[in-house]
Design a protein around this ligand. Structure first.
Ligand SMILES: Nc1nc2c(ncn2[C@@H]2O[C@H](COP(=O)(O)OP(=O)(O)OP(=O)(O)O)[C@@H](O)[C@H]2O)c(=O)[nH]1
Ligand SMILES: [Mg+2]
Length: 239
């Protein structure tokens, strides 16, 4: 019966890093239903970050990056024997279940219909990883500037067409001239959030020698204060 399965043998070629990009389906509708703060909602972002934490615990990736309704997962060791069907279906369903499980911590509303996410796979050479994440971080910044620009226009009865064709730097400038300095807003709004393992200093005591001991244990860290991504950032992650 295996012959009837279209993609059962489709696998990621060996020696590739992969990134899974997971994105919420129809989240503009969900954002209206949950009455999310515009342009960026802290509770929703915390919820997405909790989902990333669950993903990290379950699949031990090298790095996860999230902003808006998207989650990017860098996997160096690819699970499920690198089978494409398994990766796509399990990661997107796990994400939707985790989102639904964690929702009640932040929102008291009962969801109106089942949540779903899509999942795409990107294969990258090692040297392209930082370029990919730099690109997504730029997208987070574009999203942030655009969102603030749109909100400003709506509040001040300025037709949204005025923003069409404006570059990000023009919107930034328009906001600045009107007393909104986006350089001063919280870092996570501009640069997104990273989830990765970080060493933590553990101080103990050796009873036999009667001496203090210091060791380091890695724990999953939610970084709301990311730097601008660079090659160096990703080199350090691999250490
Ligand atoms: N108000 C608010 N909305 C958000 C926030 N984060 C995400 N969203 C919404 O989620 C949408 C995400 O963009 P898209 O993925 O392009 O839109 P989508 O409706 O999910 O469409 P598909 O992914 O194609 O199904 C945004 O356009 C917003 O409407 C937030 O923090 N606040
Ligand atoms: Mg979406």
């Amino acid at each position: 019966m295996k012959d009837y399965e279209l993609y059962s043998n489709l696998k990621i070629p060996k020696n590739f890093n992969i990134i899974l990009r997971i994105d919420g389906r129809k989240f503009h509708k969900l954002s209206q239903f949950l009455n999310l703060d515009k342009p960026l909602d802290k509770k929703f972002t915390n919820l997405m970050t909790d989902v990333c934490y669950d993903l990290f615990q379950e699949f031990a990736p090298s790095f996860i990056y999230t902003f808006s309704d998207e989650i990017n997962i860098l996997l160096s060791n690819i699970p499920f024997n690198a089978r494409v069907e398994k990766l796509d279906s399990i990661f997107s369903s796990f994400t939707a279940s985790s989102f639904t499980n964690n929702l009640h911590k932040y929102f008291q509303k009962k969801i109106y219909k089942p949540i779903s996410f899509d999942c795409r796979i990107l294969t990258l050479n090692h040297s392209d990883i930082h370029k990919y994440f730099k690109n997504r971080q730029k997208e987070a910044w574009r999203n942030c500037v655009n969102g603030h620009g749109t909100l400003f226009c709506q509040k001040n009865n300025i037709p949204l067409q005025k923003m069409q064709g404006l570059k990000n730097s023009d919107i930034h400038e328009m906001l600045y001239k009107n007393g909104i300095n986006l350089n001063n807003i919280e870092n996570w709004k501009k640069r997104g959030i990273g989830i990765y393992k970080k060493p933590k200093k553990i101080t103990g005591f050796n009873k036999k020698n009667q001496t203090p001991t210091i060791s380091y244990r890695k724990f999953i860290y939610k970084d709301y204060n990311l730097p601008l991504f660079s090659e160096n950032f990703f080199n350090k992650l691999q250490q």
